[in-house]
Write a protein that binds this ligand. Structure first.
Ligand code: XLS
Ligand code: NI
Ligand code: NI
Length: 433
């Protein structure tokens, strides 16, 4: 045991009326919701990077956190892992997620990076064995180091493409070795700042080819998990190629990958794209590419990816409503890609942030399940479209403009507008919260 979380107890469910800050008010892992334990619906994961690698900087100042593992040695990386696994156990989160750069010291070459990663992967394997904590997904950080400043797959320099491809391979190997259930690609620097220096056609081809290679490698090595893309509209680059779910779907179609790759959808990224989270989830569901979620919210005023822990139950309820309508998670889960505010210096802040996030998601899930089980929302929607279930409605989509026109004339079709009943439905939703 390290002494980082000393005096912080393991968090247990005590119910909505407890005064204990160090208890779950809503997350009761074994409680059955719609036929299965809450923990299997939510599949919580903690993110290594924000919790353990982020120093607390913002554009106006650097590090605010002082952590005993902040140094680029293998010893520090192991201490970081010890503390991370202690946090996973205190919180009872079943999963974690990581980038290579979060977990290993930065080497001076690709070979050194790989050696360092492999050493930490062995260390993780032991810890996962001891604790039962599992890997939701692994990924490569192809955006922080200066070599990636002009992109990874989309870089004008083929050497950076090669370095990136090799790094992805090692991260897929690491993920597979640790039994990871997904491999994520977030295109951090895959976008551009100005067309004046950018060949968009080439860059999109390069990105498509990289993704095909990732899928080929998955099949070659027999990785059973899902390959997930995480869309984000801007930040760090002004124009990201993977703007939102619909844009990524178009990209997947272009490269013949729509049956191979699914989405990891982040609440904050949806907001940046001018969508609601539930919109992005519903688009992915309708296109058959729903995979996993990063459940971190953005501040609505600041206009950047603030990565805050979720604390808004009405929002999480609508999100899990769409997740449940998609049939729930299979390989995916709820990853807290969330960070503390930079003034939240203490070990307890890290724990309480996750406790609040987990409770908010649990309360949202329960509300979503109740809405779905009651069926009133679904009934109202079905009723609204009921005309399409009649023979005439069904026939219409197989008809043609001439026949339809003849029928409109013969029947004297003259549609009467009907209320969309939005307020009534909003009132209904509020009754579950
Ligand atoms: C950044 C992304 C990132 C991905 C993983 O905005 O959310 O954290 O989830 O690379
Ligand atoms: Ni993000
Ligand atoms: Ni994310």
């Amino acid at each position: 045991m390290t002494d980082f979380f000393k005096n912080i107890p393991a968090i247990k469910y005590e119910g909505p009326n407890t005064d204990n800050d160090y208890a779950f008010h809503h997350y009761n892992p074994d409680e059955i919701v719609m036929g299965k334990p809450m923990k299997d619906h939510l599949r919580f994961a903690a993110a290594y990077w924000h919790s353990f690698a982020w120093p607390g900087g913002d554009p106006f100042g650097g590090q605010t956190f002082e952590r005993p593992w902040f140094s680029d040695t293998m010893e520090a990386a192991k201490l970081k892992a010890d503390v991370a696994f202690e946090m996973f156990q205190i919180l009872n989160v079943p999963y974690f997620c990581f980038h290579d750069a979060d977990v290993r010291p930065e080497g001076n070459s690709f070979a050194e990076n790989t050696k360092n990663l492999e050493e930490i992967v062995d260390y993780f394997a032991e810890k996962m064995d001891e604790t039962g904590v599992k890997l939701l997904w692994g990924t490569a950080n192809l955006f922080s180091h200066r070599r990636f400043m002009s992109g990874a797959a989309t870089n004008p320099d083929p050497d950076v493409f090669a370095f990136s491809a090799a790094t992805i391979k090692t991260c897929m190997d690491a993920t597979m070795k640790l039994g990871g259930e997904n491999y994520v690609l977030w295109g951090g620097r895959e976008g551009y700042e100005t067309l004046l220096n950018t060949d968009m056609g080439r860059e999109r081809q390069q990105a498509g080819r990289m993704l095909q290679m990732v899928v080929d490698y998955k099949h070659k090595v027999g990785f059973k998990g899902a390959i997930l893309i995480e869309p984000k509209p801007q930040e760090p680059t002004k124009h990201q190629y993977d703007y939102d779910v619909a844009t990524v779907y178009g990209f997947l179609k272009e490269f013949g990958l729509e049956g191979e790759v699914k989405m990891n959808i982040e609440q904050g990224h949806a907001i940046l794209a001018g969508h609601s989270f539930e919109h992005e989830l519903a688009v992915a569901r309708e296109l058959g590419i729903f995979g996993s979620i990063d459940m971190n919210r953005n501040d609505y005023q600041s206009g950047w990816d603030t990565d805050q822990f979720p604390n808004n139950v009405p929002e999480t309820a609508l999100a899990y409503y769409e997740v449940l309508r998609a049939g729930g998670f299979t390989t995916g889960g709820t990853n807290f890609d969330s960070k503390l505010r930079r003034q939240s210096l203490d070990a307890e802040d890290l724990i309480l942030a996750h406790v609040g996030g987990m409770d908010t998601c649990a309360a949202g899930l329960k509300a979503a399940a109740a809405m779905l089980e009651d069926g009133k929302l679904e009934a109202a929607r079905n009723e609204r479209y009921a005309g399409w279930d009649t023979d005439a409605g069904k026939g219409l989509l197989n008809s043609d403009l001439d026949s339809i026109t003849a029928k409109v004339l013969a029947d004297k079709t003259n549609p009467e507008p009907r209320s969309g009943r939005q307020e009534r439905l909003e009132n209904l939703v509020n009754r579950y919260l």
